[in-house]
Design a protein around this ligand. Structure first.
Ligand code: C5P
Length: 197
């Protein structure tokens, strides 16, 4: 069976938690595509590589780095993510993953619009910038005002880039998690998927 669930949305909207829960519930494989861009950004900076060369030479070891979840890695990711050749270098891997037998959940920014435009289910998960910054701050600590500024800077870059900007696919179902528990969001997503299967 091929069945693809595309989950897009801005930073810290709850995509990761939602994707993992959905994948577990339906026995689908899960790909966090943000981790690919984070690995490219961090690898390029750490090894002084051109981001396109870093994307083309990405290995499983790069994806297993311990420093991919930091705020700095998120910023580095969104900077390399504006480069069309970087996005191109990561395209086939993501599409192959989406087509694997047994079903797949991919989360990111352009899954429903560019990577998997024919996904059986498309979700666009949002929350206010303040709520998202608060969640990131609970996870990472530091100065909450700075976390909010970084979330806003990343939103700005992700929504306004020319290639594959962050935006809901026309046929995506939007889930706003600002005032919703993760359990309620997971239940809503599972309901939609079960109906589409
Ligand atoms: O989802 P995450 O916060 O890990 O993504 C890090 C950055 O990678 C995003 O801010 C975005 O710039 C980029 N990204 C992207 N397309 C994706 C996934 C992530 O451009 N499908």
């Amino acid at each position: 069976m091929q069945f693809t669930v595309a989950i897009d949305g801005p930073a810290a909207a709850g995509k990761g938690t939602l994707s993992r829960a959905v994948a577990e519930k339906f026995g689908f494989a899960h790909l966090d595509t943000g981790a690919l861009y984070r690995a490219v950004g961090v690898k390029a900076e750490a090894e002084g590589l051109d981001p396109v060369a870093a994307a083309r030479s990405l290995t499983p070891a790069d994806l297993a780095r311990a420093d991919l979840r930091t705020l700095a890695a998120g910023q580095a990711a969104s900077k390399v993510a504006v480069i069309p050749e970087v996005r191109q270098a990561l395209l086939d891997y993501q599409r192959d993953f989406a087509r694997r037998a047994g079903g797949a959940v991919l989360d990111g920014r352009d899954i429903g619009t560019v990577i998997c435009p024919t996904a059986e289910v498309k979700l666009f998960v949002t929350a206010s910038a303040e709520v998202r910054a608060h969640r990131r701050w609970l996870e990472l600590g530091g100065d909450e005002a700075q976390v909010l500024a970084e979330v806003r800077a990343r939103d700005e870059r992700d929504m306004n880039r020319a290639d594959a900007p962050l935006k809901p696919a026309e046929d995506a179902v939007q889930i706003d998690t600002s005032d919703m528990s993760i359990e309620a969001a997971v239940a809503a997503a599972c309901d939609l998927i079960a109906k589409a299967m």
